[in-house]
Design a protein around this ligand. Structure first.
Ligand SMILES: Cc1cc2nc3c(=O)[nH]c(=O)nc-3n(C[C@H](O)[C@H](O)[C@H](O)COP(=O)(O)OP(=O)(O)OC[C@H]3O[C@@H](n4cnc5c(N)ncnc54)[C@H](O)[C@@H]3O)c2cc1C
Length: 367
């Protein structure tokens, strides 16, 4: 298994539950080598089903925040357009901090930290050689590439690489929002706040402990601001304030009070990315089907991890390749549907007509 994101850890945890050994190879040197990121909503039939297969659903329910499903949408002048709150018993897609989810999945797993993979080379009779950044090489029966958007495993099965969507996201954070910025805390509420303008949007999402992630999204050429130093927070802030000029003051406060900024141009793999099956290597999650971040990627990654683990655990030594092949067909069909939904969703959420974003929200709520 290459990668200890949601896909890799769920795969390893479900295999572990079935009593099978698995080696997790992770480039990061420790679980907390990078900030874990914001919050994830896990859907009942996807991420939550995967946690059930891992025997972790009850622990997820204890940690997750059903109230985080709340969604408020404002006009750029600050008028509240929608203020949706979940019923107290609504468990359709509660939120959990990424760090909490990682720790939950890690549990007893033995991850080999600091083992960056450079290349996977299928085609030998004795297994699949994996090459590491330190120059070493090891051979495995089955290599599962769950190493994300810029997967080093993917070239072993597919020549396709991600392409830019035309939308860039700049992320910033607010800490202790209830104490330090009570006005913003009330504006955001228990879950998410979204404001949609012409070809741009601002989204704020509450995590646990008063932590808020703010995502500024806009259409821009890939190289816009590419030369700007992302560590120069004041320069990034003033560029964003210029881009969102004229929006209501409390909304712009989300940018004014943000601390560090990270620029993330949104890349995707083609909708319905598949590959001719290669014995001994497969892909999961973003490595297989990178799509816009509209609440599906981690969910799919986890369910795929759980399903592949169950298929591997159930297969006899002679059936392993057939089990992987059947899994891939199933993954491609489901991921293809979600890739289309999220690609269309991004077009409507960051669109020349902000009414499209509101219409999309209403369609999802009524479905
Ligand atoms: C801003 C944002 C918000 C999002 N919100 C949601 C949400 O609410 N719900 C949702 O379902 N999805 C969401 N997503 C999408 C979700 O984050 C991804 O789809 C998900 O993380 C994919 O999981 P993964 O395990 O496939 O890959 P990743 O999470 O990218 O994990 C890959 C792992 O592989 C490791 N790795 C990479 N290269 C190597 C290498 N060469 N050797 C060894 N290890 C390597 C990495 O360090 C990492 O640990 C969001 C994405 C973004 C950007």
């Amino acid at each position: 298994m290459v990668g200890s994101g949601p896909a890799g850890l769920t795969f390893a945890r479900v295999l572990h539950r079935h009593g099978h050994p698995v080696t997790v190879l992770e480039r990061d040197t420790a679980p907390d080598a990078r900030p874990p990121g914001g919050t994830l909503d896990l859907h009942e039939g996807l991420g939550q089903l995967a946690l059930d297969k891992a025997g972790l659903l009850a622990q997820f329910q204890a940690l997750s925040r059903p109230e985080g499903q709340a969604m408020r949408i404002l006009d750029t002048d600050g008028t509240v357009l929608r203020d949706w709150r979940p019923r107290p018993d609504d468990r359709a897609h509660p939120e959990i901090d990424r760090g909490q989810l990682r720790d939950l999945l890690l549990g007893p797993l033995d991850v080999r930290w600091g083992r960056g993979v450079t290349r996977v080379a299928p085609g030998t009779r004795d297994g699949v050689p994996v090459h590491f950044t330190d120059g070493r090489q090891e051979t495995f029966d089955l290599v599962v590439g769950a190493d994300g958007a810029w997967s080093r495993t993917r070239p072993a099965v597919s020549p396709v690489t991600p392409h830019y969507t035309g939308v860039t996201l700049v992320e910033t954070s607010l800490a202790d929002v209830d104490t330090r910025h009570p006005g913003l805390a009330r504006l955001i509420g228990d879950g998410s706040l979204a404001v949609y303008g012409v070809n741009r949007a601002l989204v704020a999402q509450r995590g646990s402990g008063g932590h808020v992630k703010v995502y500024a999204q806009f259409r821009a050429p890939l190289d816009r601001d590419a030369n700007r130093d992302p560590a120069d927070a004041e320069a990034v802030r003033s560029s964003l304030l210029a881009l969102f000029d004229g929006w209501a003051a409390p909304v712009l406060d989300l940018l004014r009070h943000g601390t560090a900024f990270a620029r993330r141009p949104l890349h995707v793999l083609p909708v319905s990315h598949t590959w001719p099956h290669v014995r001994g290597v497969t892909l999961l999650g973003d490595a297989a089907h990178l799509m816009p971040p509209l609440g599906a990627g981690a969910n799919l990654a986890m369910l795929e991890g759980a399903e592949l683990a169950e298929a591997v655990a159930a297969a006899g030594p002679g059936d392993l390749d057939g089990a992987v092949r059947a899994f891939e067909e199933r993954m491609w069909a489901r991921a293809g549907r979600w890739a289309r939904i999220t690609a269309d969703g991004l077009e409507r959420l960051v669109s020349p007509d902000p009414a499209e974003a509101l219409a999309l929200f209403d369609e999802v709520q009524s479905s």
